[in-house]
Design a protein around this ligand. Structure first.
Ligand code: 16G
Ligand code: MG
Length: 550
């Protein structure tokens, strides 16, 4: 192919017309909206994925069809770059541009421009691998995506119904196959083997692990968790809950990681299952977020979120680097966002370098790459640990001088295999957490007591145009609308341990408010007062002002 297959594209594009008056945007999590609205977007994403592959010399590009923790009628799509990472930011704009081309002819013009501007060599091969979650709108959207591949003559591999992190794994495994950096066998089975083998080595010789309850959010995580349970055998008994992937409306409904984190509550479906002191965790709808929790003896709910996971894991890795005699050569660092609980930031920054970046995995991931070992987690439970290429090299060539050093070194090497380094992965993170708990002989109680969370509250304000809100300092301060930040500062000063920030959502037409304070009632009050300021600032109708905005 030396020029675009215009006729093939035209013929198929006409079957996926873009309706007028809708505007699509490739946001932090790709395109995301009601599933039935996405047909034209899928077709165009199929073409774009093929072009991205050609631009990168035929490397395999991933496409994941999911709307993660969103309710069932929503769906979405995102692209995965060759090393298993999020799509390069510059291409988000190209994706948005193609998705909004109003007609088939306009689409062709946009494609021609893209090929020319980016000097895409169309004679290169196009290779893609794609998957979807369990949403009912998935199969039709996959068919539209496949039309996009077909129009471009791409070599397309269907990975079926699987989790987002498995798709990221596959992309990296395919692109590293047969090289010295081979990431593992390029199949779901290869993924399960890799994680479970490393896990078994890491917990060998430790006391039996008590059963763990997993809330699968009635999503694709249920399928993978069941397969994983088989691989793990009796090394860790998994009790799978919320596995109703075929029940309409069940996905993420009153369950899953986002429900637990946002409502700070136990999913009602677990109330008759979970025993006091027992560990449980929730995955989200595509299994890339993880939140742990337990009930204490009085039945009170305690949440162990992404910040707690980061604290647990980072301290363990630091100890291993010390025991291995590598602490002067390998620096461990943390990456968080403004949503990290103030309690966690204090605890971590007294021990390690901590960087704060804007919300969204791509920001965390890239910042974590600057450390030898970068631990990144969003409070919402999305995160992973990255080992730099130098660190991996050091671990494989280092000569330990004592048996204790050798043991610690092996643990570190096994950790690099249990951790999915391409992206946050609920099942991989779950195994990681279980390894640390087993090594430390911790229950949820000891883990929880690493530091105390400040009471906090999230509120959203529906606004006509969230783009009026602009932030700086990793979203911790507003620069626009002018003057609003000064009002917030004035308000926050009145609350002990108070902290609050306002940012436009990257996934919904709302502005989000986060507040924390030394005591619960104050955190709630601060959040609602800030929400009230935001509401008034944008000229919200006083008659419709939510009453809780004080
Ligand atoms: C997306 C992001 C997640 C972020 C969330 C914030 C990815 C893969 N996912 O789900 O990291 O926490 O958006 O949503 O980047 P918001 O902008 O609506 O608050
Ligand atoms: Mg998700």
């Amino acid at each position: 192919m030396t020029s675009l297959p215009v006729d093939a594209i035209k013929a198929l594009a006409d079957q996926h017309p873009k309706p007028p008056n809708v505007v699509f945007q490739y946001g932090t999590a790709g395109f995301r909206t009601l599933g039935h609205a996405l047909d034209p977007v899928m077709f165009r994403v199929g073409i774009l994925a093929a072009l991205r592959s050609k631009r990168l010399d035929g490397k395999t590009i991933g496409v994941m069809v999911t709307a993660s923790h969103n309710p069932e009628p929503d769906n979405g799509v995102k692209l995965v770059d060759p090393r298993g990472e999020m799509l390069e930011a510059a291409w988000e704009a190209h994706a948005t541009n193609l998705a909004n081309a109003p007609t088939t002819d306009a689409l062709i013009v946009a494609l021609e421009a893209l090929v020319q501007n980016l000097r895409i060599d169309l004679s290169k091969p196009a290779r893609v691998v794609y998957a979807r979650d369990t949403r009912p709108s998935g199969p039709a959207l996959i068919a539209s995506l496949e039309d996009g591949f077909k129009a471009m003559g791409a070599e397309a591999r269907n990975a079926g119904v699987t989790t987002t992190p498995v798709l990221h794994y596959l992309v990296k495994a395919i692109n590293t196959k047969g090289t010295k950096d081979s990431y593992g066998d390029d199949s779901e089975e290869g993924y399960l083997q890799k994680l479970s083998t490393a896990f078994k080595k890491l917990v060998a010789g430790k006391p039996a692990i008590p059963p763990l309850v997993i809330d699968c959010a009635n999503g694709v995580g249920a399928i993978l968790a069941e397969k994983l349970a088989k691989h793990l055998g009796d090394t860790i008994p998994l009790i799978l809950q919320n596995t109703a992937i075929d029940t309409l409306g069940a996905l993420n409904n009153a369950c899953g990681a986002d429900y637990v984190k946002t409502s700070q509550k136990l999913p009602p479906s677990l109330s008759s299952v979970l025993k006091p002191g027992q560990r449980a965790c929730s995955l989200d709808g595509d299994a890339d977020r993880l939140i742990y929790y337990y009930l204490d003896d009085r039945g009170q709910f305690h949440m162990l979120d992404g910040d707690k996971i980061a604290a647990l894991v980072a301290a363990f890795i630091v100890d291993l680097t010390k025991s291995a005699g590598l602490d002067d050569q390998i620096q461990v660092g943390i990456v968080q966002t403004a949503y990290a609980n103030g309690g966690s930031t204090k605890y971590l920054s007294e021990r390690l370098p901590v960087k704060c970046v804007p919300t969204g995995v791509k920001h965390l991931h890239h910042a974590a790459e600057h450390y030898d070992i970068g631990v990144y987690f969003e409070a919402n439970g999305h995160g992973t640990v990255l080992f730099s290429p130098d660190t991996l090299e050091k671990l494989s060539t280092y000569q330990p001088s004592t048996p204790a050093q050798s043991t610690a070194l092996n643990h570190l090497i096994n950790l690099t295999n249990v951790i999915n380094q391409t992206v946050g992965d609920a099942l991989s993170d779950m195994l990681l957490v279980e390894v640390v708990l087993a090594h430390r002989s911790y229950t949820g109680v000891e883990w929880d007591s690493l530091y105390v969370d400040l009471p906090n509250r999230l509120v959203k304000v529906v606004v006509a145009d969230r783009n009026l809100f602009k932030t700086e300092d990793a979203e911790r301060r507003l620069v626009s609308p002018p003057g609003l930040q000064a009002k917030l500062d004035e308000l926050v000063r009145r609350y002990e341990g108070g902290r609050a920030f306002v940012r436009p959502s990257g996934t919904e037409d709302v502005v989000r408010v986060y507040a924390e304070a030394a005591v619960r009632a104050q955190a709630d009050e601060l959040a609602f007062r800030v929400a009230g300021l935001v509401y008034d600032e944008v000229g919200g109708d006083p008659a419709k002002r939510p009453s809780e905005f004080l």
